[in-house]
Design a binder for this molecule. Structure first.
Ligand SMILES: [Zn+2]
Length: 256
């Protein structure tokens, strides 16, 4: 290991003019400079000996003070996080690398936010739940008409308008990718959903062959006795029974 006196602490030379230019607009910088020159009260609860001036730059505890400029501070974090030499380290390592040469108030918060928002780090985030199965793509069927394969979902807790606070969203998963929105209430049940589907989708496109959903209670809670088939999951994506049930309940509700 080389002796300490062979190491020098450097500020990037191309950044120095930028530091000097921005420093005049920075109140903390000016306070620190005034304190050094006039031996007045030290800024932000630190001892005067913590601050030094060298070639127009302020050093706080031997680390260069970075003036309050968002883009300059962001550039520095980027250099210490995104560069190939840094290799996208975590927030503590990034902070440690940065603290070797630079300092500014609120450095930890800014570095944390930057690293948490780094797209590259997000993409390479390790899977901490390796037992969770990956999402399975839904296979495409041979469909011959619109809304033959549909996905259904409810958007709830919207601001109330005309007595409605939710929307039933039916998407054609097969041919057209078309979407039908039907206003409803959050308290809608299976029969209400079936009636809504009948009114907004069935009358125009007929019975679906397949319905895909997250098995929400608005349909999965259909009692077996109403379904007429024991154990028939109303939201079973692979079941042909639900569309039949849906048609039957919709007709009885709508025509009564
Ligand atoms: Zn990153």
């Amino acid at each position: 290991m080389l002796p300490d006196n062979l190491f020098v602490r450097l500020v990037d030379t191309h950044l120095a003019p930028k530091f000097q230019h921005l420093a005049n607009q920075d109140r903390l910088f000016c306070d620190a400079l005034a304190a050094i020159h006039h031996n007045g009260p030290p800024p932000i609860r630190s001892a005067l000996t913590d601050w030094q001036e060298k070639d127009g730059l302020i050093f706080y505890r031997d680390r260069c003070y970075v003036p309050a400029d968002e883009s300059l501070r962001r550039d520095l974090i980027q250099q210490h996080h995104d560069s190939p030499a840094a290799g996208h380290p975590g927030k503590f390592k990034t902070l440690e690398l940065l603290r070797r040469s630079y300092w500014w108030p609120g450095m930890y918060t800014m570095v944390s936010r930057y690293v948490e928002g780094c797209a590259t780090c997000q993409q390479h985030k390790p899977n901490t739940h390796p037992t969770t199965p990956p999402p399975q793509p839904i296979p495409a069927d041979n469909v011959t008409r619109p809304f033959q394969n549909v996905t259904m979902d409810l958007i709830t807790d919207l601001p109330e308008l005309h007595g409605y606070d939710s929307v039933l969203v039916v998407v054609d998963h097969g041919l057209t990718k078309g979407v039908i929105f039907a206003p409803c209430k959050k308290t809608i049940d299976a029969i209400g959903t079936a009636a809504l589907y009948h009114r907004h989708v069935y009358r125009r496109f007929g019975l679906p062959s397949k319905i895909i959903s997250d098995r929400g209670p608005q349909l999965s809670a259909v009692p077996d006795r109403e379904c007429g088939l024991s154990g028939c999951g109303a939201y079973n994506a692979h079941s042909m029974d639900f569309p039949t049930y849906l048609l039957r309940t919709a007709q009885s509700t709508y025509c009564s």
